[in-house]
Design a protein around this ligand. Structure first.
Ligand SMILES: Nc1ncnc2c1ncn2[C@@H]1O[C@H](COP(=O)(O)OP(=O)(O)OP(=O)(O)O)[C@@H](O)[C@H]1O
Ligand SMILES: Nc1nc2c(ncn2[C@@H]2O[C@H](CO)[C@@H](O)[C@H]2O)c(=O)[nH]1
Length: 434
């Protein structure tokens, strides 16, 4: 587990400089390891720039992620090939991306559950998926299937809006019996997306996911749900709200998905509403940055040193220096919120926004897992007198998440090609000399 950098609010990730025991973490030998576990529909993204006429030609709805039948898939693929429109083909999937990015950021193990073709030809989509996934992502628990993985046509228009057309292949054929109970029970978190509930009668992905969620709920392993796309949630917001309340501990969404599930279009109010159901909320808001909301016990709350912010909840960031806790672990739970603008105000030129939210979630997962890792290896640390679920404060985590998603904005793919720099170029030398 990587604990990079020095702990300063200017920096993006904390290290407990003052705790001598932390030095034990310098050498990795003999340490207990934590990992996170994610489930996904295994897909390769096929990216192309298109216009509205192109979407109309194939009956695709702009901005949506939709599943397409094989006749449309074939026609679409032929057309993209014929006109030489494919920009790149790269491993994708919202949780696949998140696990990859987590492993790159943390330089540590994550486990990805899903299906994989049992016979793989060099150059096939299955081959591409494996080649484009970090070697730190453990793929040994994938369930073999006799057929292709999924394809996700990622069609981007002039305004940067993405339309996803999914050719499912056998991506939804993960079976409940392929989920290892002990693997889930020993994870720091189980990470799922709303897409996993979009299956047809003969597909078993939804049952497999519910099986994993059941194991996690029973064992007290935090279930992290990312909402994927607002269109899915809008179909039955009531069902989603009940599912989240019953089974989910940490909810990640963007502002549109937040509105779909809570009815509030203000990301702060949406995060606040979601806190009625879960312990921690991450709500990304594109160029407006990121909101987080969580609980802290009154005796552990920490006041911010930053200016208090106006908003739908007055001075909402007052306790943003607090580490997040489960509501059930608080004697007197109070709500803490944080907002962070995009890192460096956002890049001058955005190359790609696809997967920026997935990357922000990966950074939050790094912080959660770092807390578990620290607790496993230094259980007597003063740090764990507080039964927190995060290693850092909400303010610190959201900075880190924005820093990580910035990296996606300045590259062409949703998957990080390398970790964050040990020393940020933007910080002056004197900062590092201190
Ligand atoms: N136009 C932008 N300018 C500056 N920063 C941005 C912009 N778009 C995204 N970001 C950064 O990326 C983070 C996540 O973005 P966004 O809200 O678009 O996620 P998302 O819609 O969940 O993305 P995806 O579903 O593709 O993963 C934001 O919190 C912000 O830090
Ligand atoms: N698992 C899954 N991922 C999707 C779906 N639609 C879009 N995505 C992924 O979302 C990612 C961006 O967040 C892309 O890399 C896509 O692969 C879907 O239906 N299921």
């Amino acid at each position: 587990m990587k604990f990079p950098g020095r702990r300063r609010h200017k920096h993006y990730f904390p290290v407990e400089d003052k705790d001598p025991l932390i030095n034990q973490l310098g050498s990795d030998s003999g340490l207990k390891h934590s990992y996170i576990c994610g489930i996904d529909q295994i897909v390769v993204d096929i990216e192309a720039k298109v216009d509205q006429a192109f979407l109309d030609e194939f009956g695709l709805q702009r901005g949506m992620s939709q599943v397409i039948e094989s006749d449309i898939t074939n026609a679409l693929y032929e057309r993209l090939k014929r006109d030489n429109m494919i920009d790149y083909e790269f491993a994708g999937g919202t949780i696949g991306n998140t696990m990859h990015n987590y492993s790159v950021l943390a330089d540590d193990r994550s486990v990805l559950l899903g299906v994989m073709s049992e016979n793989i030809k060099v150059g096939s989509y299955a081959y591409k998926f494996l080649c484009n996934t970090s070697s730190r992502v453990d793929l040994n628990h994938l369930q073999p299937v006799d057929g292709p993985i999924g394809r996700c046509f990622t069609l981007i228009d002039d305004s940067g809006e993405r339309t996803f057309a999914i050719s499912a292949g056998l991506m939804n054929h993960l079976r409940p019996e392929s989920i290892s109970q002990s693997l889930i029970e020993n994870a720091s978190a189980l990470v799922i997306s709303a897409y996993l509930m979009r299956t047809t009668a003969n597909e078993t992905m939804t049952q497999a996911t519910l099986q994993a969620v059941h194991y996690a709920n029973q064992a007290g392993v935090p279930v992290v749900l990312t909402l994927g796309t607002k269109f899915l949630i809008e179909q039955d917001p009531q069902w989603w709200a009940e599912f989240v309340e019953k089974h989910v501990d940490i909810l990640a969404m963007n502002e549109e998905e937040g509105e779909a599930i809570t009815g509030f279009n203000d990301p702060l109010l949406a995060a606040d509403k979601a806190l009625d159901w879960v312990d921690l909320v991450i709500c990304t808001a594109g160029p407006r940055g990121l909101f987080m909301a969580g609980y802290v016990d009154d005796r552990f709350k920490r006041e911010t040193e930053y200016p208090l912010l106006p908003g739908a909840i007055a001075e909402f960031n007052r306790y943003e220096f607090s580490r997040g806790m489960r509501k059930a672990d608080c004697k007197n739970p109070i709500r803490a919120y944080s907002h962070t603008a995009p890192y460096m105000g956002g890049p001058d030129t955005i190359k790609n926004t696809n997967g920026a939210g997935d990357c922000a979630l990966a950074a939050v997962l790094h912080d959660l897992s770092a807390n578990e890792y620290h607790k496993l290896n230094v259980p007597n640390s003063a740090k764990h007198e507080q039964q927190a679920i995060t290693y850092s404060s909400l303010a610190q985590i959201s900075k880190y998440a924005n820093r990580a998603s910035y990296e996606v904005l300045v590259q062409h793919s949703p998957r990080l090609s390398r970790g964050l720099p040990e020393r940020e170029d933007s910080l002056e030398q004197s900062y590092w000399d201190k």
